[in-house]
Write a protein that binds this ligand. Structure first.
Ligand code: MTE
Length: 313
């Protein structure tokens, strides 16, 4: 459930206090900021863990407790750095997030190669605390920092032929040891229907817990689509392509019977090899019931009116 945040509640009253009082990480962030200033790169922090400046609160904030920072950043799926949950945190240090360009292309009137630092300033950054549900049956609550993807899409001016948006992520074996494995057809690609991509819940995230996105979470920029299984949220994006035909994502190409294009969180549609009715919130023992559209039905159900979501899974 999404609630409006009364302006008189301090973030420290909502988020577990140890997060806001973690002095070591705070000092690291300040150190990175000072280093940035010394090299003349200005006040915007670039290193993972550095505090992001000027982040606004938003109305998109769950009442549920956020998953601790440590779990959010050490229990990850990022196959370019290995298939184990702890591989990305151990191996993603080799990812270089500057210079970084995101190409916006295809069926748009204004194609553009965006430098990441220009993208960071494209729209005001806000904090949004979203529930995330992985197709494997675990979930987290994550305070993302970013802005709606529709800010970028509006500037690109999609043509009438743009029906879908394809997201392509970095494919550089020198930086990403997992690319040597054939587990997926690289580069990792994902897709959304244009109206899903335009939905105000769909976020381009550049941080979490108020800090620059750690590499293992998809630095420097990733997608966050909270009503879909986690794999739709492509990490380390280098290309956003507007297309007429429904794109084939890496997961659909790998196992079409298991990973459909829509991938909406739906407890009534089992994965062919396991039930999706329940989930384990990281840090909890008792399983929770999985909610339709991951609990975001009030916001997104209208996108799928008249569709058979058992067939179009
Ligand atoms: N993006 C890329 N480029 N590569 C990946 O392997 N894994 C996906 C998604 N985005 C993945 C990716 C999956 S399966 C999940 S569950 C989420 O990232 C996990 O995001 P998190 O580690 O930030 O929780």
């Amino acid at each position: 459930m999404l609630i409006r945040l009364p302006t008189d509640i301090a973030p420290s009253e909502i988020t577990p206090p140890e997060i806001y009082r973690d002095r070591r990480r705070f000092m690291q962030g300040m150190g990175a900021l000072a280093a940035g200033a010394a090299f003349g790169i200005g006040p915007d922090a670039r290193a993972a863990g550095a505090k992001l400046a000027g982040v606004r609160d938003s109305a998109y904030r769950l009442t549920e407790a956020s998953t601790p920072y440590k779990d959010v950043t050490t229990y990850n799926n990022f196959y370019e750095f290995g298939t184990g949950k702890s591989d990305p945190a151990r191996q993603a240090g080799s990812l270089k997030t500057r210079p970084w360009t995101v190409a916006v292309e295809g069926e748009v009137r204004r194609p553009q190669a965006w430098d990441i630092d220009a993208l960071l300033k494209l729209a005001p950054l806000e904090e949004r605390v979203y529930r995330m549900r992985c197709v494997e049956g675990w979930s987290m609550v994550i305070p993302w920092v970013g802005y709606p993807l529709n800010e970028l899409i509006r500037r690109a001016e999609p043509t009438g032929n743009a029906k879908y948006v394809e997201f392509v992520t970095l494919n550089d074996p020198r930086q990403m040891p997992g690319l040597r494995s054939r587990v997926l057809d690289w580069p990792y690609t994902e897709g959304l229907r244009l109206d899903e991509a335009m939905h105000p819940l769909t976020l381009l995230a550049v941080g979490l817990y108020g800090e620059v996105l750690p590499n293992q979470n998809g630095a420097p920029i990733r997608l966050v689509v909270p009503w879909k299984y986690g794999f739709k949220s492509a990490k380390s994006i280098v290309k956003i392509r507007f297309v007429e035909k429904q794109p084939v994502s890496s997961w659909t190409a790998a196992a079409p019977a298991e990973y459909g294009f829509y991938s909406n969180v739906n407890p009534q549609v089992d994965h062919p090899r396991w039930s999706q009715a329940k989930e384990r919130r990281i840090g909890e023992f008792r399983k929770r019931d999985t909610l339709m559209f991951n609990g975001y039905g009030d916001q997104v159900a209208s996108l799928y009116r008249g569709m058979d979501l058992k067939k179009l899974f």
